[in-house]
Design a protein around this ligand. Sequence first.
Ligand code: SF4
Length: 233
Amino acid sequence: MEGRIHSFQSMGAVDGPGLRFVVFMQGCALRCPYCHNPDTWDFAGGKSYSVEEIVKKIENYRSYLKKGGVTLSGGEPLYQGAFVLSLLKALKEKGFHTALDTSCQVLDSYTDDILDHTDLVLADVKVLSDRFLPYGWSLSRAEAFLEKTKEKGVSVWFRQVVAPGLNDTEEDVKALSAFARQYPNVKKIELLPFHKLCLEKYRSLNIPFPFETVDAMEKSRVDDLSRLLKNDE
Ligand code: SF4
């Protein structure tokens, strides 16, 4: 089985616990206005790899990944459900810790099996309203996906990009914290500052950057907001 892959990062330190091999999968149907990876959107982009080829690459780093593992990110991995399931199964057979970085928008015939082979979901909960509907992201779809993780007892970390005017007030962050309490399997909430390092990517792809005029988020402000969260870890 082959999947479309955007790129690999052999030793990522920010996409789950420990050092991780990160597989950035190609393709996303959403159009988040702050997306910093517009080059992953095109489903026909990237390059095809087989499960075996990817596992072989990862095996080269096994000794570094002992306290970490492998993270599937994107793009949105769940648009390639059959391939993701096959890759996760192969990784679990080899004893790797697996994490899935997802926008929680795809719930299909692969979801149950995928979650059965996932140790940690990095859930991108964008905003607790329907403000993201025009960009393709729905809170109710995310809730349905999170319910499924709860039912399966899969650990979840929330990861939210904080952007001015979108979700950057103390009330927004307290509401996110309260929302997380509905899911006992949510172990951690991470807030990530919106940045504009992707501006050149948009220009080179000739795609308008919807948040071009929105100010980047001060890290110190995000640190202050993060103190409002009650993290278990
Ligand atoms: S879900 Fe992720 S990859 Fe897709 S548009 Fe949003 S931020 Fe970009």
